[in-house]
Design a protein around this ligand. Sequence first.
Ligand code: BGC
Length: 441
Amino acid sequence: MIVFFFFFFFSFCFFFFFNDTATTEIYTLSLHDALPISIAFLFTSQVQAGGQVEVLHWWTSGGEAKAVKALKEEFEANGGKWIDSPVAGGGGDTAMTALRVRVMAGNPPTAVQLKGPSIKEWAAEGLLGNLNVVAKAENWDAILPPLLKDVVTYEGDYVGVPVNIHRVDWIWANPKVLAKVGANMPTTWDEFNAVADKLQAAGITPLAHGGQPWQDATVFEVVALGIGGPDFFQKALIDLDDAALRGPTMVKVFDQMRRMRGYVDPNFPGRDWNLATAMVMKGQAAFQIMGDWAKGEFLAAGQVPGQDFLCAAAPGGGYLLNSDSFVMFDVKGDENLQGQRLLAKLILGENFQKTFNLYKGSIPARLGVPMDEFDMCAKKSSADLTATIKAGTLRPSMAHEMAVSRTFRGAIMDVVTAHFNSDMSSQEAVKRLADAVATAR
Ligand code: BGC
């Protein structure tokens, strides 16, 4: 309001000053001319210098909220206007439903958290903005690891920008709870079962878990990598090979899933993943199998790795990769375009890559960001990532939408969840799994 009066006043002064003095004809304005100019000033002053973005994401837990706040603050500090559109629900399934509704209504958000093959699918629909201009100016070809570049490009064009690298195959533990039964972090699945049996006998819940399909699928894929190894994982959950899906190794995977079901507390159905993390924090359970966004929760609660909580790669070797990216929907308006470009640029900036990932529990997507301020779990993730890339044992996460399209992921998750919540035999589960994938083809 004050701004409006200022410009209104300014128009009148402008008009009377130049009219009265009539210094030169060129500067002589009528009230009729001056008013539109002042109004134009007014509106230009309201357009954000850095443009605006509406950001659809699913980062609503304690650690996630801190991380996304860092992005918002950096965007605003650079003159942008941030419109927050969070859609709660771990793993992003609810957010993806919300996105489809918005797109069908012809009103997509300008910036959207998206992952894996979905990025190319949306790009193939012709709905994503091209980020080549920013990519060229910021030299993304040189600062992005090839595997992430592949995720965010479509037919040679940049259509997304990666934020981070999350590892999925982690086991988190409460050391005080383990000490109660004289146990250490397990290094094989047999050891895991032995420790879990001991904990259970001592009246302690071995595994904190939330019964939601994506969480069941997270445990399932970690067990599949651990028991079958990276080659089996590739065949079964990436190539969707029928023989691997129906074979004896998959039976063993479901056998282990049955044991896992026995290690969770009765209140697990529907529980959010961060509440499961809180159970480990508070000593109400010993372990959680979850990606390193769980570490963001421990850190947000002031806990220290190696002291208050432990992190270890789940038994079996390999590395399950999950990486969050943002895509910019192809929307009209300079202000939107400006905002999208600013956001894309900041996301891969060195400063943001450090700040955001320190909160988020992940490691930088950008090459060459110094790791010295990161904790021991992040350093392990970074070292194991390099080692598994070299060894050819890095695999994209199926549960977190990095490996197969949502149709196949959905078919797999349905069977995994149905098995987890019933007394279905492992033989029946593999049959249903292979059939569900065949039907989805
Ligand atoms: C995302 C993470 C997120 C987690 C829990 C994962 O799929 O990649 O960024 O923290 O889901 O919502």
